[in-house]
Design a protein around this ligand. Structure first.
Ligand code: NI
Length: 193
């Protein structure tokens, strides 16, 4: 199974898959879906990403994978701990607005050439299902909450650029990376999701 990224305004039909809510996954998972999950895991590691939704590789399903690898911790002040590669099916989240919002750099495999500082909730309650159909619920904070918001948004047809308001720092990746480097000594790259 070879997976190619669906890129907004570039891949034919990209609006239909990236800007519309995906279908719920049903259980038990088919061998094809299990294979898809394994291939997505390989791809997100190869591409050095922190998350990937199935719609980004052409499968319009509420399926996403995410992790916080060890090398991210020193680069994100709100990344508290390593999170192993995980799968979330039929995921949703509820913001906990009392804990505030934080804007930080994001990029996306489905958006070429643009990165931006996206306002996200610091804390969310999320839920969904595991690969065996059992339910999963949790509270996520900081960088993990950002990753989950970005990926769950994908399953609902929302891209990070849709969360940017005109006052958000945003623009061509090359130009923005210069600002990012100035902001933080050593230059922290945007998350790739
Ligand atoms: Ni993305």
């Amino acid at each position: 199974m070879a997976l190619n990224f669906v890129v907004i305004n570039e891949t034919p039909g990209s609006e239909d898959i990236l800007r519309k809510p995906a279908k719920k996954v049903t259980f038990p998972l088919s061998p094809e879906i299990l294979d898809l999950i394994e291939t997505m895991k390989t791809k997100v590691i190869e591409e050095e990403g922190v998350g990937l939704a199935a719609s980004q590789v052409g499968y319009h399903l509420q399926l996403l994978i995410y992790h916080v690898p060890p090398d991210v911790l020193p680069m994100r002040k709100d990344a508290a701990e390593v999170v192993p590669l995980s799968v979330l099916l039929n995921g949703s989240y509820t913001p906990i607005p009392e804990e505030g919002m934080f804007s930080d750099w994001e990029g996306c495999f489905s958006v070429n050439g643009t990165i931006g500082k996206v306002p996200r909730y610091n804390c969310i309650a999320y839920e969904g299902q595991n690969i065996d159909g059992s339910s999963v619920k949790g509270i996520a904070r900081g960088f993990l909450a950002r990753v989950l918001q970005h990926e769950i948004d994908h399953t609902q047809g929302i891209l990070f650029i849709d969360r940017l308001t005109p006052d958000c720092l945003q623009g061509p990746s090359e130009e923005m990376m210069k600002i990012r480097r100035q902001e933080l000594e050593g230059g922290f790259p945007p998350s790739r999701e």
